[in-house]
Ligand binder design. Structure first.
Ligand code: HEC
Length: 147
């Protein structure tokens, strides 16, 4: 009987934790949606790092060495498109796009690059999942600014 009690105790602790997590989720999402300033948790940083691996094959960020297929993304937010110093591989399409990168345009670019800038030469289909894109952009905001 005694062990039944403690098992029940454990179960209610576990369900309390699940309920608490579910209650906290909408709050987290609201916070993520409203502010660029919302800091990333360790878990989000880890997830962002994984999402960015595919980009990093072609793009350097501060701290990376060496030439890549794509332009470096240092300080990309607030910068005009096709302005990375020393990168000569830009397409005419991106050079004449008139884009100044902010989070909204970055979101549209990463959802479907060919739709935002037809004729661009980034060989990347896009990320359909809204949450992954959102997290990747918040991660980008952090790492493209780092020294
Ligand atoms: C296969 C290589 C490749 C991959 C993978 C790739 N890119 Fe690119 N990216 C490029 C190239 C090449 C360009 C330049 C495109 C052009 O000039 O039309 C570019 C352009 C960009 C630009 C515009 C840069 C500027 O100076 O205006 C951003 C932002 C960008 N990529 C972000 C990303 C992100 C984030 C990912 C990962 C989700 C990614 N890219 C994946 C090759 C790649």
């Amino acid at each position: 009987m005694k062990s039944d009690f403690s098992l029940n105790g454990l179960k209610s602790v576990a369900s309390a934790a699940i309920v608490a997590t579910c209650l906290a989720l909408p709050t987290l999402e609201a916070a993520a949606g409203e502010a660029e300033a919302a800091p990333l948790s360790d878990r989000e940083l880890a997830r962002g790092r994984i999402l960015f691996l595919q980009c990093r094959a072609c793009h350097a960020v501060p701290g990376d060495e060496g030439e890549r297929t794509g332009p470096a993304l240092h300080g990309i937010f607030g910068q005009e498109a096709a302005a990375a110093a020393g990168f000569r591989g830009y397409s005419e399409a991106l050079r004449t796009s008139g884009i100044v990168w902010d989070t909204e345009l970055m979101d549209r670019w990463l959802r479907d690059p060919a739709r935002l800038v037809p004729g661009n030469t980034m060989a990347y289909a896009g990320i359909a999942d809204d949450q992954s894109r959102d997290l990747l952009i918040r991660y980008l905001e952090v790492i493209t600014e780092a020294e």
